[in-house]
Design a protein around this ligand. Structure first.
Ligand code: FE2
Length: 345
């Protein structure tokens, strides 16, 4: 496995780059905006293809690199389903699996630091975001923080992982880089409590100053700018209502870009062709299934995904590939359902 722990000294943030092999797909966890050039250089150096950028939660101390990475690589942005961020391409929930080629992360909802805090576990390691830090825990005094929820997340979820599991947090301010579950259970001073009540009292008594970047970072992280707005300006978007009306027509092909797990969880649109976003480039090349479908049948490709982000990027790629009639369903499956479009389980 390719694994890199990258550090942003300004905010004390750890960013992780994961891939199963050189030349393969990569995923980045908690990227920092100012470091995006560095990440992309590393991705090139290691001959990787960045396919997913994930935030463990809405950060208050730095501006996320998610939007910039999406704009520069067309990667899929991922956050938890509780997140209020305007645009992420994929939302995950507790018990889901987040996959790239050769790597599978178990998604664990660990609220407390924020209500949208998630941890991501592999066989030998867990990325704990700001839920569990090395010899500390994430603060719970703003952004829908909740010390009781954090107690549950740590004691009933994270500490149930095997003792030898490596702990990689989203931050460290002391220079520590990695710990283990067993080590934190034994030596983390915040975890030496006998009850949830004691933990709540400890957290509520911390009286921490607000993070310096909070007033800048939170609003910036809430609005990552929509890939969809630009696509709509160019006339390449149709509303979900219009898409529902177009769905049965012989000259339109609905293309579902979501992953198999999303289709299983949220249902499928009858008659839509499944062509996952990860294979888009290949599918749009001459000889590729979407290229041939559009050029042989003259059908108009109508892309959709979960929220319209991946499909907006797909329209741009299709237009670049010469498929001038390609468009997408604004707001994706979420808007489709609201518009009363048919869905089967
Ligand atoms: Fe945080």
């Amino acid at each position: 496995m390719i694994f890199r722990q990258l550090f942003d000294a300004t905010s004390g943030t750890y960013t992780y780059l994961l891939a199963s092999r050189r030349g393969g797909e990569a995923l980045i966890l908690d990227p920092v905006l100012e470091k995006v050039d560095r990440y992309l250089q590393l991705v090139r150096d290691l001959d990787l293809k960045l396919v997913k950028a994930v935030d463990t939660h809405l950060h208050a101390d730095h501006v996320t690199g998610l939007g910039a990475l999406r704009d520069r690589t067309r990667c899929v942005t991922v956050m938890g389903e509780q997140s209020g961020v305007d645009v992420v391409a994929m939302r995950v929930g507790d018990g889901d699996r987040l996959r790239i080629e050769g790597i599978c992360l178990d998604v664990i909802h660990t609220p407390g630091h924020t209500d949208d805090s998630y941890s991501f576990a592999m066989a030998d390691r867990v990325f704990t975001g700001d839920t569990l830090l090395i010899r500390s825990t994430g603060r719970t005094d703003f952004q829908n923080g909740d010390p009781r929820a954090q107690y549950e997340s740590i004691f009933n979820r994270l500490l149930r992982l095997p003792d030898e599991t490596l702990v990689f947090p989203a931050h460290d301010y002391k220079g520590d880089t990695v710990s283990t579950i067993g080590e934190e259970r034994a030596f983390n001073p915040r975890l030496q409590v006998r009850s949830a009540e004691e933990y709540v009292a400890l957290m509520n008594g911390l009286n921490l100053p607000s993070p310096k970047m909070m007033d800048v970072a939170v609003p910036a992280n809430m609005r990552q700018g929509l890939a969809q707005e630009e696509i709509a300006r160019r006339g390449w978007a149709v509303s979900a209502e219009a898409a529902v009306a177009l769905a049965g027509r012989r000259d339109v092909a609905l293309i579902d870009l979501r992953e198999r797990a999303e289709r299983a969880k949220h249902g499928v649109v009858p008659g839509a062709l499944h062509a996952p976003y990860a294979d888009l480039e290949e599918n749009l090349e001459p000889g590729g299934v979407l290229h041939e479908l559009a050029s042989e049948t003259g059908k108009r490709l109508l892309f959709f995904c979960a929220f319209g982000e991946r499909s907006a990027m797909a329209v741009r790629a299709a237009q670049d590939a010469g498929l001038a009639r390609a468009c997408h369903v604004e707001g994706g499956m979420a808007a489709w359902k609201k518009a009363g479009g048919p869905v089967v389980a």
